[in-house]
Design a protein around this ligand. Structure first.
Ligand SMILES: *Cc1c(COP(=O)(O)O)cnc(C)c1O
Length: 441
């Protein structure tokens, strides 16, 4: 099958996600045939540096030999078994190791396959906890402006992205949206930490008034990724944790994008030193190999469900809950974190990129250059509505996979990007930026 045939058949038979299919009349699909470390290679042999880790999931490169070996080994033993009434080594070991990463504080792991399902689970668990505790009126959720928690109907109700919500508005339960602590929104002269405290105070006031009906606050710690890599001061999370404690409201940390080392610590919540009541992980947890998500919760929450009656138990399941292959990929991923001292190596990667990026930072159209851990972003001044698409296309020309969000260009590379690839990324970004801005004229 040649390229043209593959593209034509894909457009006829595959309905692509988050895509106006008609846009592909102008913008061709990219047919990928294999991956190798930080590179994706198309059917013609052209290479693209995967600077967005394939929608933020890939941590240690494509076709990683160590994860591949773990999966091969697991394939020969057990591909899947239902998790209701059964258990297996990989899911037990993964649960113990994830719990240990929270110092044992979040000791109970509930599994699903994608991030949105993890959000659904956390929302349902919180409400069911309150119901089991005799507080059936607590079933509303507080989210943050620009927050993103997935696109299933429950998760979309706490997702504040107008484009995603509007078409489905009649399906969504109204939630409460509080101001975003996004440091770019600080008043002139106001520090990021002061602005974060101001936003947390507004949240505190909301909880003081409405705690009787609020089950939980859901936040993306440190970086609201889908909002355009909006970063906030860790102080926000400390203040929100205190507000939740004061008013008897759960805190759900959605670390689906920011977990697994992305912000510089394994969990983003480690930086403010905050423990949520529920912690959601997905995306990078399987190294970008297989769909897997998990919600970690406290023993206190767990005990509220532990009883003789079935109806007090947590009533939720997916066919592939705790899939052994996905769990083995996750275990191999955690092994790489410990054996390669990844978080330390990433600090060096980040320092190198920051040094090399001086020219890009000085670009006359670049605003709000920002970085946390292995996430970089900048905004492009005076970008028109088609900028993101043009920048995406111009990046492909440079052999780069970049997918800007509105006027925000970001890098979220896999944790294997080396110095040569970093230089390639920066040079290509600069060229693509100039081309994308130029082609508007
Ligand atoms: C991607 C994402 C989700 C949804 O995960 P899916 O696997 O795409 O359903 C939820 N929350 C955050 C913060 C995300 O980045």
């Amino acid at each position: 099958m040649n390229n043209a045939q593959l593209l034509q058949r894909s457009l006829a038979a595959v309905w692509h996600p988050c895509t106006q299919m008609k846009a592909h009349e102008r913008l061709p699909l990219v047919p990928i045939s294999r991956g190798e470390g930080a590179w994706l290679i198309d059917t013609d042999g052209k290479r693209y540096l995967d600077a967005v880790s394939s929608w933020w999931v890939n941590l240690f490169g494509h076709a990683n030999p160590r994860i591949n070996a773990a999966l091969r080994d697991q394939l020969e033993k057990l591909e899947h078994v239902m998790l209701a009434g059964f258990t297996h080594g990989p899911v037990v070991e993964l649960s113990e190791r994830l719990s240990a990463l929270t110092g044992g504080a979040l000791g109970h792991c509930f599994y699903a396959s994608d991030g949105a399902s993890a959000t659904e689970i956390a929302l349902k668990m919180s409400q069911h906890y309150w119901r089991n505790s005799g507080k059936s009126d607590k079933h509303r959720y507080v989210g943050i402006a620009g927050g993103y928690h997935g696109e299933t109907v429950g998760a979309l109700a706490v997702t504040d992205v107008a484009l995603f919500r509007e078409a489905y508005a009649p399906l969504l339960r109204p939630g409460i949206t509080m101001p975003s602590p996004d440091a770019r929104l600080a008043a002139p002269g106001e520090s990021a930490a002061d602005y974060a405290r101001r936003c947390a105070a507004a949240l505190d006031a909301c909880l003081a008034e409405r705690h009787a009906e609020i089950a939980a606050v859901i936040v993306e710690p440190l970086v609201q990724c889908a909002a355009g890599m909006a970063m906030h001061d860790p102080e926000y999370l400390r203040a929100v944790r205190a507000a939740c404690d004061r008013h008897g409201v759960h805190l759900i940390a959605d670390e689906i994008a920011v977990g697994c080392g992305r912000t510089g610590t394994f969990l983003a919540c480690e930086q403010p030193g905050v423990l949520p009541d529920f912690l959601c992980l997905s995306k990078g947890i399987s190294g970008g190999y297989l769909p897997l998500s998990v919600v970690l919760s406290t023993d206190h929450v767990y005990q509220a469900f532990y009883a003789d009656e079935t109806a007090r138990g947590f009533l939720h399941s997916h066919s592939y809950t705790g899939n052994p292959l996905a769990c083995r990929a996750a275990l191999a991923t955690l092994d790489i974190f410990s054996s390669d001292n990844v978080l330390t190596a990433n600090r060096q990667r980040a320092a190198f990129l920051n040094t090399e990026a001086q020219a890009l930072m000085q670009h006359p159209r670049v605003r709000h250059w920002r970085q946390r851990g292995m996430i970089w972003a900048f905004d492009v001044a005076d970008a028109d509505p088609r900028f993101a698409q043009r920048m995406f296309a111009a990046s492909l020309e440079q052999g780069l996979l970049l997918r800007p969000i509105g006027n925000t260009v970001y890098f979220m590379p896999p944790y294997v990007i080396d110095e040569e690839q970093t230089a390639f990324l920066l040079k290509g970004t600069q060229a693509a930026l100039d081309a994308a801005l130029e082609s508007r004229a």
